[in-house]
Ligand binder design. Structure first.
Ligand SMILES: [Fe+2]
Ligand SMILES: [Fe+2]
Length: 168
């Protein structure tokens, strides 16, 4: 089985870096002079804003609270860390709810952008924006699956094992 610390490194180096870079690039594109004459609908702008507002604190919570705990738990499963958040089930539940909000926003963005396709001529200037939004969408789906399906359930198992094997 792959070590959870390795999976976490992969998530951080691949997906967290990509998410932040993409959000920066999206802001850059939206604010670029080339976009001034383009009509980005208020709904699309709102969705992008909401995505950023959801994602940035989410990444930080994983990086500063949940992931370091999982790494410690895996490194020394018998240690009683007594984290402030109680059981790991609590932050996992919060992260899971935040993933659901992100997926909802992605579903809305897909609707608003016809799956990131340019469908009318007057949208042609939006191609760079739609393209990066599509890349971010695909990356987030993989990222969220890795956490919700692979990482979090195994981290929970690790904590249960630590509790039942008698902590020192
Ligand atoms: Fe993440
Ligand atoms: Fe996450």
């Amino acid at each position: 089985m792959q070590k959870l610390s390795e999976l976490i490194s992969h998530i951080l180096q691949t997906h967290h870096v990509f998410t932040r870079e993409s959000l920066n690039r999206i802001q850059g594109i939206i604010n670029s002079p080339a976009m001034q004459g383009q009509v980005v609908s208020a709904d699309i702008r709102q969705c992008i804003e909401a995505l950023e507002e959801d994602l940035l604190p989410h990444l930080m919570k994983e990086e500063q609270i949940l992931f370091p705990y999982i790494v410690k738990l895996e490194g020394n499963p018998r240690q009683n860390y007594a984290p402030d958040f109680g059981s790991i089930a609590n932050p996992i539940r919060v992260m899971g709810n935040e993933h659901k909000s992100v997926i909802k926003l992605l579903v809305r963005l897909r609707e608003l952008t016809s799956d990131y396709q340019i469908v009318t001529e007057d949208q042609s200037g939006l191609s760079p924006l739609f393209s990066i939004l599509g890349e971010l969408d695909r990356d987030l789906v993989t990222h969220i699956q890795l956490e919700s399906i692979d990482l979090f359930p195994k981290a929970r198992e690790l904590e249960i094992l630590a509790m039942t094997s008698g902590r020192s």
